[in-house]
Design a protein around this ligand. Structure first.
Ligand code: PGA
Ligand code: ZN
Length: 427
């Protein structure tokens, strides 16, 4: 039974204030979680309640903490910690707004996840096992998507495309993925440095590159994979997050780096060209959240060839997943718990994706912390894929390292590898 809930202000990986929640049980056990924060946010996702004004650039979270320590704490006291659905329903009863603007999605997500942790502690299980048992899933270690170059909103819009990532579906263990990634990450850094194109690292730890075109990032990524001794498209493949909503305006797409503007079909044409020229197996938000025709068209044309993930497009919303599936838009969903605002709503979205025969990628935000809940969620659900950012900065490495620990508990054979991707996409 929940004895008390306490929210405190902590600081995220970008140095912004965020919400941490402790859930204490009658038996003294504690569950804790920290709300992450996005920068390239979908317009339909749960909002982070921020205080506004000038202090802390308007980003303070004292109102969200008031939600936790006031109405949320009062409602949760005495509730059964094992009943995650009832807990999340209670949060929804306190805030029935569309985007959780009453309590703040940052308040609800930290609470909901902290309850999940407390429930795991209560049963004496690791979090991944608790998740697997609670939702009747077969746990497995996910295949990571790891960023090598950061762009878009995470790198001062130096390049328009947001994430240039690798996946290592040909690896036979999570360890092997880490090893291969390290080689490629530093090979990419060396190439940038030797060409005078390194500007440091972006928000998620990927290199912040000074490229002259978006495609130069792809060419350089292929080179880095080769330099690391790999054959691109073999053990290692490429994954992109276009995050097209970020450069869309009134139905047009503007690539600032190349001083180029195009309509939806020209963008689809350009991306289709990349799919043919590079070993890309996955692409996220290829068109904007306001371009359903474009998304359906892209999926119709390339859905057999690559994984097409909706992030801003679906905002971890079960209804949006059902509608998109019916419209033939996307074939995979990104699961970000704070887009939904509660664990239960995120699980509903995951289940809707499964029902549609879609893939699922559990994902971090660009603003993160030492919280490793998503490593456990991805594993416990057996979701198949995990997107955390790059291979630098401890808020990223904490998640990868946690997967290594979980792999020891689950056994080496528990890594899904390329099985999480459709055969026609890879291998
Ligand atoms: P965000 O972006 O966390 O900054 O919103 C991550 C993503 O687009 O996947
Ligand atoms: Zn995205």
């Amino acid at each position: 039974t929940i004895k008390s809930i306490y929210g405190r202000r902590v600081w995220d990986s970008r140095g912004n204030p965020t919400v941490e929640v402790d859930v204490t049980l009658d038996n003294g056990l504690v569950g804790r979680a920290i709300a992450p924060a996005g920068a390239s946010r979908g317009s339909r996702e749960a909002i982070d309640l921020r205080d506004g004004g000038v202090a802390l650039r308007g980003k303070n979270v004292m109102q969200a903490l008031d939600s936790v320590n006031g109405p949320i704490a009062a409602a949760m006291r005495g509730m059964e910690v094992q009943d995650q659905q009832a807990i999340d329903n209670a949060l929804l009863a306190l805030d029935s707004s569309s985007f959780k603007e009453v309590l703040g999605g940052n308040a609800t997500v930290a609470t909901s996840l902290a309850v999940l942790h407390a429930a795991a502690a209560d049963t004496g299980k690791p979090l991944w096992r608790h998740v697997a048992d609670l939702y009747n899933c077969t746990p497995s270690i996910p295949l990571p998507e790891i960023q090598i170059f950061g762009g878009g909103a995470h790198a001062g819009r130096r390049v328009d495309i947001q994430d240039f990532m690798i996946m290592v579906p040909g690896a036979s263990s999570f360890d092997e993925v880490m090893e291969v990634t390290s080689e490629i990450y530093f090979a990419a850094g060396d190439i940038l440095a030797s060409r005078g194109k390194a500007a440091g690292v972006a928000d998620e730890g990927g290199w912040w590159p000074m490229f002259d075109s978006n495609e130069e990032a792809l060419e350089t990524l292929v080179l880095a994979i080769e330099k690391a001794g790999e054959k691109p498209g073999d053990r290692v493949v490429i994954s992109l997050d276009i995050a097209a909503s970020e450069f869309a305006k009134k139905g047009r797409y503007r690539l600032a780096l190349e001083d180029r503007e195009m309509d939806s079909s020209a963008l689809i044409e350009m991306l289709g060209g990349w799919l043919n020229d590079y070993p890309i197996v996955s692409i996220e938000d290829p068109v904007s959240e306001d371009d359903p025709e474009g998304m359906a068209e892209f999926t119709r044309r390339f859905g057999d060839q690559v994984q097409i993930i909706g992030d801003d497009y679906l905002v971890t919303n079960a209804t949006l997943v059902e509608e998109a599936a019916a419209a033939g838009a996307c074939n995979a969903v990104l699961i970000k718990v704070n887009q939904a605002g509660t664990v239960s709503e995120s699980i509903d979205t995951y289940l809707a994706a499964q029902k549609a025969g879609w893939g699922a990628v559990v994902s971090a935000r660009s603003g993160e912390s030492e919280d490793t809940s998503i490593s456990h969620l991805a594993t416990g659900l057996g979701a198949g894929q995990l997107k955390v950012g790059s291979f630098q900065r401890s808020e990223r490495m904490a998640k990868w390292n946690e997967c290594l620990r979980i792999q020891e508990q689950l056994g080496a054979g528990s890594f899904v590898g390329g099985a999480s991707l459709r055969r026609t996409w890879w291998g």
